[in-house]
Ligand binder design. Sequence first.
Ligand code: 8LH
Length: 479
Amino acid sequence: LREMGVDGVFPVGTFTGEMVEFIHSALSSDAEHWDARLETMDPAERDGLILQKLQGQVRYAWERSGFYREFWRDAPVDPAHIQSLEEFARLPILTKEEVRVEQEAYPPYGRFLCVAQNDIHRIHGTSGTTGRPTVFGISKGDWERIGEAHARILWAAGVRPTDTVMVAAVFSLYVGSWGALVGAERLGATCFPFGAGAPGQTERAVEWAQMVRPAALYATPSYALYLAETAREMGVDPRTDFGFRLMFFSGEPGASVPATRQAIEDAFGCYVVDQGSMAEMTPWMTNGGCRRLARGMHLWQDIVYTQLVDPETSEPVVMGGEGVPVYTHLERESQPMIRYWSGDIARWEMADCPCGRTYPTLTQGIYGRADDMLIIRGQNVFPSRVEDVLRGLDEFGGEFRLVVARERGYLDQLTVQTEVSAGLWASAGEGGPEGLEALRDRVRDTLRRALGVGVSVELRPEGEFERTQFKARRVIDLR
Ligand code: 8LH
């Protein structure tokens, strides 16, 4: 097209069917980018493109969604005529609770839908284990755009059409597994939707992975570690008997926690890519690392626009700072989320990545949730920091828990319960944990130095804590 003098940014949907097949077959598999023009664009030029898309998305929601009509009624800016990114940032932030309340009043979708109910192609949602579930209606066009966005981001992760991609996450309402699948399909890879969650399924995953030898795995980081542990118990070496080249993860911190990432890379002999925003924000891969990034995730701003804001004041946070990601769909016709509050904590920077992408980067990934952050005697403690310390210890037995209790009605006390490797536990003999006092003291001192606050440590035998096939829950709050 460029040889013919046709240039410019083509809206998603311009090319269909055979044209897309043709364009992608022309993409050599050592090409770094799926869409070099969009991915390496000058950031200022990209801002112009984002503004154009935002104006369209906001006006569209304003005209079609009863919810946004009401929600923005008293907004300090005119939703039909957003003039700048700064103006856009003055629209109110939308929270999960507000979505829940709206969906309860107008079930099942709330007045978010901007298409006819009949045009909903897929229904997904949150599991609703805490509180009312949230429902997402996704149109056919949106599902195709999600596939296209995920294919583009998986390409950056290093997935190629010659690869087999094993999806080892539960296939249910959870859109993580489906999102990975539709992206891998769109990219032209061989898809292996294995699933997770059924009794005995991890043992079967070990057998199948040996037989099929997929190049890539999608799961949660905790599940990958559990898979490696299960393989070893079955006498299978995850490094040599599987042959994974890469793993891409979402759903929880891990892939950007240095010691966890290292543990997975060492266990499988593969490299790791971190991904994941929120189910509501699908295409959720738009927080997505690439094969060249040692840690963290690029923000694919031209698909979902992300801003970091101060957790207290909601004011914009400058590059280099820490804040809460607030997300906005730029390509959503069915149930667009506009300025959606994640409650997560991350730091953003204009990092120089060898991949050449000019997106901002969450350089340490998402390392915590504002509501998961423990404040122990005035010090902020993220469970992911504790994880980093523990997984860096040779004696670590694979799982841990954080127990928070309140003493004397006001003093929060953190106890780290950590498993110790089976060999070490056995060598401590009948005396059990008492024989391991020196180790306990060393773990306690290492944690105190890393966290900046004193914690108690209890040692437990390897295998004591339940392993998960989904997202790990490691904080036990007794307050
Ligand atoms: C993460 C990460 C990450 C998500 N690092 N924390 O799996 C992606 C989508 C489908 C997902 O998990 O959505 P869900 O269930 O709505 O959970 C979103 C939350 O999960 C998000 O707010 C984060 O707290 C966490 N999360 N990906 C660290 N790569």
